[in-house]
Design a protein around this ligand. Sequence first.
Ligand code: KG4
Ligand code: ZN
Length: 322
Amino acid sequence: MWILGIDTSCDDTGVGLVQDGRVVANQVASQTLLHQHYGGVVPELASREHVRVIDGLVEEVLRQAGLGVEKLDLVAATRGPGLIGALLVGFTYAKGLAFALRKPFVAVHHLEGHIYAALAEHPEVRPPFLALVASGGHTHLFEVPAWGVYRLLGATLDDAAGEAFDKSARLLGLGYPGGPEIERLAAQGDPARVPLSVPLQDQEGFSFSFSGLKTAVARALEKGHAPADIAARFQEVAVEHIAQVVGRAARKTGLTTLLVTGGVAQNQALRARLQGMGLRLCFPPRGLATDNGAMIALAAWHTLGRCSKSNLHLPAAPYLPL
Ligand code: KG4
Ligand code: ZN
């Protein structure tokens, strides 16, 4: 079964093709250069850029797979959450394509897409497990007791983890996205030289908080600490914070399998820290951690038995709980 998956939730146009649960092609058009002059994503520019590139990306993935469009069995797209104008482009395109081909259309939750990306190389994993989605827009820790059941244990009280990397990178004069830039600079720094404390160490729950860290980065810069040392300490503390919350959740729930997904899952320091916790870890394969279309097709494939095809009247949803 051939599934086309489309994600236009924010500033990346993602189109992927999955055959019987296996990723065959996955193309992402990044809008980083378009938005970088503005210091953040400009929603209207994002929508217009999705419109400009989406058809070409669909043609490209079909060409890579040597597949005629009429051979598609199903078209899936992100319904939400995200920027409404951006979401509407991929969502409406997918509906139109499904309608024209007389094939089913399936609406997918963006975070469910991230979760199935982490399962791509771990087909043996079954619930119950913990799932951490850490990206530029989300820091959500779920308990997944059964397929399709998501209990939110905790989320960020302020900035998302990736957002903290991005904002701190900007303060340090680095480029966007900030995660890889900070990771690179941190390798040259000494974290012990900068006093920055781990957020919410005494909490009983599973919340995250990153905005204080960003402020502490600004203060450390004012005090004259070297950017590489600040980057190293920022990363160490952000990773430690995530590890502490996840560790507490594992102890409290008794769960021993952890999925880590979203752009921040690419961070090697985070992976190394989590690896030492005695948990069974699942990370997305290369190219599937950050936003993409294949993860949407994967989610559609895995949830087909549970969710029927979506009605073409279903609206896109900028705020959509999982
Ligand atoms: O999943 P994603 O593409 O977008 C959202 O759904 O938001 O994640 C992008 C985020 C950015 O904030 C980026 O800085 C962060 O993931 N990121 C990283 C790394 N690579 C990407 N953060 C830390 N370390 C990395 N290596
Ligand atoms: Zn995402």
